[in-house]
Ligand binder design. Structure first.
Ligand code: FES
Ligand SMILES: [Fe+2]
Length: 321
């Protein structure tokens, strides 16, 4: 994990009201709940007494009760009650939970993995997806690999005519000009990528320096550390959050955003149906990416990259900083 970043880790719907839930994220088992104001709290899912999973316990008002010996912890993570000491018993200060700052935005729960600075930096989403009447439908899928492989797959323009030969890569555009990939001048966490794949007509592939950026938006945008969008049109985007579970597991949260349909029932049916295409494409990727070894990538690793892999090199360099 790269420190000092906000990571998208859950869909908001995964933490309901009135219920404790446990998820493994960023290599740790975590417990989540909402207080009466609806605010989400997150701590390591391990009781400081003798290590039982708190997510198997109970929510009592805003506090959680460990299932083993009944210790209770408030939303600040402090133990407020040790039943075996009696209701007037003194709780030693050592009994508190280790937690992470969370925010909820854009229908996602974000975890700050890093130093406890005050205030924490804002969460940056894709500006082009906020405040424009978009609606979305989504699904998630578990990939047995490190999240760096899943991210790199979405920055990989060379694989399109092979992995997706009958879907988004149809047309045999196997010759790769460029691509142009660069970190945004105004927003250093945003990697913009323009794709120029074409049919092989015998002319040599062009370097990115020989290409000019088309007017308007990039084809793809990746936001460090773990979100991405495919800018299919101004009205339709595919969004992915690559959620790290641990060194060997990742969950992809995939959403199709659109803004051309506004009538609620019609819109939600069409949004859901549109996921079929994303699901087929995602399974095509998963089939190959899960075979890549090692599971995690590094800037200097024994792979022999080719020119079209330049976005992947930019990503690896950024991870190595
Ligand atoms: S392990 Fe949690 S109360 Fe004992
Ligand atoms: Fe793909």
């Amino acid at each position: 994990m790269i420190r000092n970043n906000w990571y998208a880790i859950l869909d908001s719907k995964q933490v309901p009201s009135h219920k404790l839930v446990g998820f493994r994220r960023l290599g740790e088992n975590l417990v989540f709940w909402r207080d009466k104001q609806g605010m989400v709290h997150c701590y390591r899912d391990s009781c400081p007494h003798r290590g039982a999973a708190l997510s198997k316990g109970k929510l009592i008002h805003d506090s959680i009760q460990c299932p083993f010996h009944g210790l209770e912890f408030n939303p600040q993570g402090n133990c407020t009650y040790i039943p075996s000491y009696g209701k007037n018993g003194v709780v030693p200060k050592a009994f508190h939970l280790t937690g992470y700052p969370l925010r909820e935005k854009h229908g996602l729960i974000w975890l700050w993995f890093g130093d406890a600075t005050d205030p924490l930096p804002p969460i940056n989403f894709f500006p082009s997806l906020t405040g424009h009447d978009y609606s979305y439908a989504g699904f998630q899928d578990h990939w047995k690999t490190h999240y760096s492989r899943a991210v790199e797959n979405q920055l990989d323009v060379v694989h399109l005519p092979f992995v997706h030969h009958n879907t988004i890569g149809a047309g045999n555009r196997r010759l790769v000009d460029g691509p142009i990939a660069e970190w945004d001048e105004r927003d250093g966490d945003l990697l913009n990528l323009w794709v120029f794949n074409r049919v092989d007509d015998g002319t040599p592939p062009k370097k990115s320096s020989e290409l000019s950026k088309p007017e308007g938006h990039p084809s793809l945008q990746f936001r460090f550390p773990n979100t991405w969008q495919n800018w299919i049109s101004d009205d339709f985007r595919v969004f992915i959050a690559f959620v790290p579970v641990d060194e060997e597991n990742t969950i992809l949260y995939i959403r199709n955003y659109q803004r051309s349909l506004r009538i609620p029932i019609f819109r939600s049916v069409v949004n859901t149906l549109s996921l079929i295409g994303s699901w087929v494409i995602e399974r095509q990727d998963k089939r190959v990416v899960e075979t890549q070894v090692p599971l995690r990538t590094y800037y200097r690793m024994p792979e022999i990259l080719i020119r079209g892999d330049s976005p992947i090199v930019l990503y690896r360099k950024r991870r190595a900083l």
